[in-house]
Design a protein around this ligand. Sequence first.
Ligand code: NAP
Length: 251
Amino acid sequence: MAKTAIITGGSRGIGRALSLKLAEMGYNVVINYRSTSSKVLSDELAKEIEEKYGVKNLVVKADVSIYEECEHLVSETVKVFGDHIDCLVNNAGITNNCNFIDITKEAYTRVINTNLMSFLHMSHLVLPYMVNHSDKDHQCNIVNTSSVGGLTGVINQADYCAAKSGVIGLSRALALEFASRGVRVNTIAPGMIMTDMLRGVNQDELRALAATIPEGYIGDVSDIASALEYILKATYLTGQVISPNGGFVLQ
Ligand code: NAP
């Protein structure tokens, strides 16, 4: 039977590469997006996935920082693909890049709600559809996107680092709670990966930072897709953090 995966923020950047990887691995993919501008990207990606990999997919608009919109995302998934959800990739994320004196309460709340609360909401809503059919021979997976910022600190990103550290704690706790029920929970903590998120920062500062990466270059979205593939295939792996970062941060 075909497997089903939901990916939040699946239309562009790292999310797009992960959507394609899930399809390549035979999952029917539920591609979530939030911005109107990403609707076209999502539809194009859905078409590409179907043509290339022959799996089914579904595009669902939802702001995953809001619990009720996560409920909509999950109920649409169940309506189309049934009540077995095999994989959840929590990927949606935003940054602020602001010093902690000037940042507003609204801005840091938005970062926490998007980068951490959405992971709790989605896990809370999806896990009932995983534990009802998983066991040792049929595992389900939650894969959460953290960041090297969740392993160390980053100046002007206190809110982002707090959320990304929280993601690691959440993943570890869920991994322990659900290991005996056939659900693995792991974290990917990317280093610097070239997407819109990095294109938005000062490019001179970025070049200087890139020069400090031991491997000497900024990573590609395919590096994160490879980590996802590894995690999904590594059946004895749970509660772990995999950090593709070119040696930038060592754990
Ligand atoms: P990106 O290109 O800016 O894409 C962000 C994605 O998140 C978009 O698909 C966006 O959807 C989605 N999103 C944001 N807020 C959302 C919300 N409230 N509801 C639903 N979707 C939402 O960023 P990226 O670099 O691919 O980042 C993907 C993940 O990797 C993030 O969690 C990020 O923190 C993490 N990460 C990235 C890097 C890096 O260097 N790029 C490093 C470490 C960790 P819309 O287009 O619909 O808004």
